[in-house]
Design a protein around this ligand. Structure first.
Ligand SMILES: NC(=O)c1ccc[n+]([C@@H]2O[C@H](COP(=O)([O-])OP(=O)(O)OC[C@H]3O[C@@H](n4cnc5c(N)ncnc54)[C@H](O)[C@@H]3O)[C@@H](O)[C@H]2O)c1
Ligand SMILES: [Zn+2]
Length: 361
């Protein structure tokens, strides 16, 4: 078991990473003294698999536990559902010291964090992420959100959890498609900050795809460390540092939206977005073809897409202009100078973006 610190003064917290550690969760919560009554937000599938283990380890430490189940899809990130849950919490919250446990993937993490941030102007919550994407990315850093009809994540807050507890054993029941989706973010961390991690992926990706526990633990630890460091330096994305986490996301989000969030899942779209960003970097003379090929090779090796299928150039460009990352009339991309080195570039000519996209369609 390893512990990574997120140093944010009063809002500091630990990220605990290990294999088969769920039994110790109660003890970790007890140490941070955040309350007595656990309101666990999860879904039926996750509760069926791991609900008992979670409940037992909390009860053993004397916590009261109440589960709240939400539907298993992005639809759960809605203000209506959040409101319903808050009303349910008020019924539970009689002479109690409540804290929220987000027990699930990014959807549950974003929703539970959002609720924790607004109920009584904020109550403690912890993240117990159960997908690879949530363990390496969404569970850390305190970005919470629900979606609006007008777009994803439009209603949200920055609100840090009090603990992130990542047991990689829980990842073993994920579908291969979900693992690959999380892997896209892992590849992203290698490209933006960690050449050694990138090398590790090139060498050991079969271990990851076969869910070898030591490989999963190494990867989650390494990525958690990178994310913690970035969040420490730029908690609210105000200094242009946290922006690097958007590598591959400018076009990735457009691809995700153009496919109505069905054609490609988040990681698949981000894999394509990273390739487009790498292509752009090469066209602008920042990076060699050889480096772009390394990125393309690892994306392909883990089974993520390298070509955009069944989406038109027009649909992607239209979605791109609707993205909230679009600042004024300028576009803004995280590009690369090497594996491990980024470069923020604004105002990339539309014709160049179109030309690069065309080559991937
Ligand atoms: N807050 C942030 O910083 C941040 C960053 C990236 C993404 N996100 C958000 O995260 C969401 C996507 O998260 P996700 O990819 O984890 O998807 P998800 O939460 O929808 O989970 C994917 C699927 O895996 C299932 N599942 C979860 N854990 C499982 C397990 N251990 N075994 C078997 N099945 C399991 C879920 O029930 C679901 O069907 C999006 O809403 C996105 O906006 C947030
Ligand atoms: Zn992402």
């Amino acid at each position: 078991m390893r512990i990574i610190k997120v140093n944010l003064k009063k809002r500091s917290y630990d990220i605990v990473v290990g294999t088969n550690i769920i039994g110790s969760l109660g003890r970790h919560i007890r140490k941070i003294n955040i309350g007595h009554d656990a309101y666990v937000i999860t879904n039926a599938a996750i509760k069926n698999k791991y609900g008992k283990a979670l409940c037992n380890c909390l009860k053993e430490e004397g916590f009261e536990v109440k589960f709240k189940l939400v539907p298993d899809s992005e639809k759960s990130k809605s203000i209506e559902l959040a409101y319903g849950i808050i009303r349910d919490i008020t019924l539970f919250d009689q002479k109690k010291r409540i804290f929220i446990v987000a027990f699930g993937g990014g959807v549950i993490g974003d929703l539970a964090g959002f609720i924790a941030s607004i109920y009584k102007r904020g109550i403690p919550y912890i993240q117990v992420p159960t997908t690879l994407l949530a363990q390496v990315d969404s569970g850390i850093g305190g970005k919470t959100a629900v979606d609006l009809a007008q777009g994803k994540n439009l209603l949200g807050t920055f609100y840090q959890p009090r603990l992130v507890f990542s047991d990689v054993k829980i990842l073993k029941t994920l579908s291969l498609r979900q693992i690959k989706s999380g892997l896209a973010e892992v590849i992203k961390y290698g490209i933006i900050r960690d050449p050694q991690l990138f090398l590790y992926l090139e060498k050991c990706y079969p271990d990851i795809l076969s869910l070898k526990e030591s490989a999963l633990e190494f990867m989650v630890m390494r990525c958690s460390g990178i994310k913690a460091k970035i969040v420490q330096q730029d908690e609210r994305e105000e200094k242009g540092i946290r922006t690097v986490l958007n590598f591959g996301h400018t076009i990735g989000h457009a691809i995700e939206a153009a496919g109505n969030y069905k054609r490609y899942n988040h990681g698949e779209a981000i894999a394509l977005g990273m390739l487009v960003a790498a292509d752009l970097s090469q066209r602008l003379g920042f990076v060699s073809r050889k480096t772009v090929n390394r990125i393309e090779n690892i994306v392909q090796a883990v089974g993520l897409p390298t070509r955009i299928n069944k989406l038109s150039l027009q649909a992607i460009i239209k979605a791109h202009y609707r993205d909230k990352k679009f600042i004024g009339q300028k576009n803004r991309f995280v590009l690369i100078r090497d594996i491990g080195r980024t470069q923020i570039q604004e105002n990339i000519p539309l014709n160049l973006i179109k030309a690069v996209l065309k080559e991937r369609i």
